[in-house]
Design a protein around this ligand. Sequence first.
Ligand code: ATP
Length: 214
Amino acid sequence: MKQVAVIGLGRFGSSVARTLAESGCEVLAVDVDEVRVKAIADEVTDAVRANALEEEALRALGLRNFEVVVVAIGHEVEASILVTVLLKEMGISKIVAKAQDELHGRVLQKVGADMVVFPERDMGVRLAHTLISRNVIDEIQLSTDYSILEMVAPHRFLGRSLKELELRQRFGLTILAIRREDRIIVSPDAEQTLEEGDILVALGQPEKLEGLNE
Ligand code: ATP
């Protein structure tokens, strides 16, 4: 079972903590605000009120035993940076920190965060890409240009093979898998024809998908 500590229980932090707990992880939720700690106490393994800027209080949480510590302090940029420094000094194996913007993200990386997340920015990008191509239902961004996309096979593709559709040439899409009802066809061959309800899992550039719209 994965042991994860989440420091900062705003909307982002509490959502991370709840989801991890629901997935069976052992979750320690920490916030300086008693009300936020109480609000989540029944849903996580342990919920503690502590000011993570106080080194002694932070050490007392026994965070070294945790595989991952998430710093989900957002608006208070200075606090998020200082807490990341303290965690790094404590030798935490993996620190994930939430950034407000690019500069904040760069500082977090410099002071030792192993992974920096930008929830607002990333959600905005995902929404925009979903709006560009209405067929896209989910996206994992791999770089600024490339993503893994999950999309409903457009109607006009149905009954046609991947070879005929020439998705790579026309849209720069490489089909990694097709989800069909409750099974998955991994690395489909060129002769594979598409059926109603197929979900395509593809590697590609979201900006190039406008032509896919029905
Ligand atoms: P969102 O609600 O969208 O996640 P956010 O990331 O800006 O927004 P905040 O509302 O700033 O989140 O909440 C961050 C949480 O971190 C708050 O609950 C706040 O009490 C907590 N926090 C801030 N400083 C500390 C600290 N030094 N130690 C522990 N918790 C802290």
